[in-house]
Design a protein around this ligand. Structure first.
Ligand code: NAI
Length: 283
């Protein structure tokens, strides 16, 4: 299916970035949020990013102006969704909010339109079942910051059609992303692998195998990871990692996801990582 217009719902951290890469890729974009201030803030961030791109010689003035002219900001969801061939939802990570939105989008969008979610953890099936077009619901999971991170995780629900998948893959490629195709399973591919590595690093620290610095160096210098798993956990937030670990342990039942004591203890002590000044490191 040929996609020309994309509606992005939610103009926050992810939504503004998705709108930016979509407009740079030549799509017409409608961007919406719940208040004029939030839509304006999203637009301002896009302008700011593109201006920095121009200053660094990565984007031409002409491409910046053309991209900005392709973005239409609106406060009305109906207005945003009306003409869209593809909707990408980037609102809060709450199942009920997403289900409500998808049920509404199902009513206001063209019957052929594809509804995608940028969820980083919720099941596609549980969102799709709020609509009467489960074959045209899919996960298109971008990474932050969207204009820098190359990966897109395309998450295929049990009812998602082949055509919806191939369209999502085409859109991701046009946006200059490398897409991977993942079945709708807890943690998809990225969180499942990333969290397993982080939790094993914590168990190694607990068992005195090596210091936090040396465990991190093992991965950064031995495997060329941009940073080690403990440092990354400090940046993401230990509380967030603990929540995901508990969720994955519950859903997948694998010992690999049982939250280590050291993680639970640090969270209980309020040592949540960089944001509180201490996690596995002092910041
Ligand atoms: P955010 O809080 O920065 O932005 C969400 C925006 O959605 C807010 O501006 C909010 O006002 C708006 N919103 C909420 N309900 C709405 C509705 N019914 N209609 C229109 N707008 C609505 O959140 P962020 O970080 O951009 O996350 C959005 C989604 O992307 C979540 O599902 C999150 O799990 C996912 N995600 C986040 C990543 C990250 O690193 N922040 C990475 C990958 C996915």
């Amino acid at each position: 299916m040929a996609i020309e217009e994309i509606a992005v719902i939610g103009a926050g951290t992810m939504g503004h970035g998705i709108a930016q890469v979509a407009a740079m890729a030549g799509f017409e974009v409608a961007l919406t949020d719940v208040s004029a201030e939030l839509v304006e803030r999203g637009l301002a961030r896009i302008e700011d990013n593109l201006k920095k791109g121009v200053e660094r010689g990565k984007v031409t003035e002409e491409d910046m102006r053309a991209a900005l002219s392709r973005i239409r900001a609106t406060l009305s969801m109906e207005d945003a969704a009306d003409l869209a061939d593809l909707v990408i939802e980037a609102i809060v990570e709450k199942l009920e909010a997403k289900r409500e939105l998808f049920a509404h989008l199902d009513l206001v969008c063209e019957p052929a339109a594809i509804l995608a979610t940028n969820t980083s953890s919720l099941s596609i099936a549980s969102i799709a079942s709020a609509t009467n077009r489960q074959d045209r619901v899919i996960g298109i999971h971008f990474f932050n910051p969207v204009y820098i991170m190359k990966l897109v995780e395309v998450v295929v629900g049990p009812e998602t059609s082949e055509e919806t998948l191939s369209t999502a893959l085409e859109v991701a490629a046009r946006m200059g992303k490398e897409a991977i195709t993942v079945k709708d399973t807890p943690g998809f591919a990225t969180s499942r692998l990333g969290v397993a590595l982080g939790l094993e690093a914590m168990r190694m620290l607990e068992q005195g195998v090596a210091s936090a610095e040396d465990i991190d160096k093992a991965m950064s210098l031995g495997y060329n990871h941009p940073m080690g798993p403990l440092r990354l956990t400090d940046l993401v937030g230990l509380d967030i990692r603990l929540n995901i670990a508990e969720y994955l342990f519950d859903k997948l039942g694998s010992e690999a996801f049982r939250p280590p004591d050291i993680l639970k203890r640090k969270v209980a002590e309020g040592k949540l990582g960089k944001k509180t000044g201490e996690g596995f490191y002092k910041w």
